[in-house]
Design a protein around this ligand. Structure first.
Ligand code: MSP
Length: 510
């Protein structure tokens, strides 16, 4: 098996500034990327920005700047946020980059050359905010069925992609590859949609100019979704593949997206790829949407949750933890400050933080901070160690399923088991009896060794916290590999371990 992993976020529109919803998708991809790296995979993790289209053109006009000026300004905000959130991406693609434009034109040309693109005329209802055409029957009370906003009737000359031709092939692909669209409910949704019949797709516009020109007919610009989706291969170097990355990493293992852009990724994109003779991504995973204190997040409601503010207030790792722990990936969730504070105080400050401070404090008190070697253990120890072996396997399975909340749950079962191990073994009682000195040493070793494994398992979710725990334990905090290091017995006796400072201060609320 070649251990390679290619994971992508959607590319974000530059007419909006980053909020918690964008941070969520990117964070999930970061956790996957970090986990796979820890499992010895060579990872390519792509993110970027979607900078063409009418929406961006309009937003720039409104602000009195050129679309590129707008993009240059907003892209920095995304990049700064990703840096702050500890996002370990490999590459950041902007659709205004030459490498991308070249690849998109080439894909267009290729599909056209083989007869799947033709020139026709288009008349339909267009929703500008969604950049989507709708048929009369799809409209809801004359408005866009997705966002509810008014639509305009547009007639224009347009290039069409013969999407209808790929209907049966797509159905077959979805049916034969149960992992292609996840979660399952989304798969059924798409399958039903495709079975209702695919129309050919309009893939060019003449009504505005901010985009990549259609090769050979510059009056047209290429439809923004054809342009945007192609980023997943242009970033690797399609079509020339100068660095061999297409060869190495395509098809992607996972396109992680929000549920709102499912159809683009599971109907349009795969049929473009089929037409171009390229393999399809292995998995498209659609996560749910966040509301805020029970309401849809929107500029007009002024309730947009700004990640920078949250990070400054609560810390990077607390936010990273909360977003992936609180809601099963795939379902909608609600963001509230009280839920966040509750998680920080109970799971982080209390459970994890206390485990580290209690165990290092006891080591410092009973062994002057020098880790003793363990003796042969009893049944309690065997059961304790066994829990770690089981959790390692479970976490691996949950990560493969992108069940982040379950992975964290499994890790927190270890945290609870370790805290319980302290209560069960009562080191303070052992310390009173010189004959129990060896036993006390074993208990200390087991506790801190368990904490080491916990730190490695949480590292993809909370990299700074993991590094701080590993530093405290005298381990190499740069080496987060789980291969081998997830086995019991990694801590070296005689290591000097100081009493840890609190990992997460409790947040007091009135
Ligand atoms: N530019 C397109 C994607 C092109 S990918 C080839 C786009 N951009 S976006 O900026 O509008 O959205 C990017 C991602 O943010 C989507 O996956 C979307 O689901 C996610 N979210 C936006 N708001 C969200 C929430 N309130 N909650 C969770 N995710 C949300 O679409």
């Amino acid at each position: 098996m070649n251990k390679r992993y290619y994971v992508t976020t959607p590319i974000y529109y530059v007419n909006d500034v980053p909020h918690i919803g964008h941070a969520y998708t990117t964070l999930a991809c970061d956790v996957l990327a970090r986990y796979k790296r820890a499992r010895g995979y060579e990872v390519f993790f792509l993110t970027g920005t979607d900078e063409h289209g009418q929406k961006v053109e309009k937003a720039a006009q409104t602000g009195g700047e050129t679309p590129l000026e707008l993009a240059d300004r907003v892209v920095k905000r995304y990049q700064a946020l990703w840096e702050k959130l500890n996002i370990s991406y490999t590459d950041f693609i902007r659709t205004t980059q030459e490498r991308h434009k070249k690849g998109v034109s080439e894909l267009f040309r290729k599909i056209e050359a083989q007869g799947d693109i033709y020139l026709g005329a288009y008349e339909d209802w267009y929703c500008t905010p969604c950049e989507t055409f709708w048929t009369e029957t799809q409209l809801l009370d004359g408005n866009c069925p997705d966002c509810g906003r008014p639509t305009d009737k547009l007639k224009e000359e347009s290039y069409f992609f013969r999407m209808s031709k790929y209907q049966d092939a797509l159905i077959e692909h979805i049916e034969k590859n149960p992992d292609f669209i996840q979660p399952k409910t989304r798969r059924n949704e798409v399958l039903n949609f495709v079975k209702e019949g695919l129309r050919d797709l309009s893939i060019s516009r003449t009504s505005f100019s901010w985009g990549i020109p259609v090769p050979g007919n510059e009056k047209h610009v290429i439809y923004v979704w054809f342009d945007a989706l192609t980023n997943y291969i242009t970033a690797l170097g399609y079509p020339d593949d100068p660095d061999g990355l297409v060869e190495k990493f395509w098809p992607a293992h996972a396109h992680v997206i929000g549920k709102d852009i499912l159809r683009f990724h599971t109907v349009y994109w795969p049929t473009f790829l089929m037409a171009a003779g390229l393999p399809l991504p292995k998995t498209v995973f659609a996560h749910g949407w966040w509301t805020v204190e029970g309401q849809k997040m929107s500029k007009s409601l002024r309730n947009v949750v700004e990640p920078n503010m949250l990070i400054d207030k609560y810390g990077i790792d607390a936010i990273r933890y909360f977003l992936l722990r609180e809601v099963p990936f795939g379902l909608d969730g609600d963001f509230s400050h009280s839920a966040l504070i509750h998680r920080i105080n109970s799971d982080l400050a209390n459970d994890l933080g206390n485990l580290l401070s209690r165990s290092t404090a006891m080591l410092s008190k009973y062994f002057k901070g020098t880790l003793p070697a363990p003796e042969a253990g009893d049944d309690l120890d065997a059961a304790f160690k066994e829990k770690f072996a089981q959790a390692v396997t479970l976490v691996d399975r949950h990560m493969d399923d992108m069940a982040f909340n379950k992975a964290l749950q499994s890790i927190w079962e270890l945290v609870s088991a370790a805290n319980k191990y302290i209560d069960d073994t009562a080191p303070w009682a052992l310390a009173k009896d010189e004959a129990q000195r060896g036993r006390l040493g074993s208990v200390m070793y087991n506790l801190l060794e368990g904490t080491r494994i916990i730190a490695l398992l949480v590292a993809p979710f909370m990299p700074d916290t993991a590094a701080s725990i590993l530093d405290t334990l005298g381990c190499d905090s740069e080496n987060l590999s789980l291969e081998g290091q997830d086995q019991w017995g990694g801590l070296q006796p005689e290591t000097a371990i100081e009493k840890a400072k609190p990992l997460f201060p409790r947040i007091e609320t009135e």
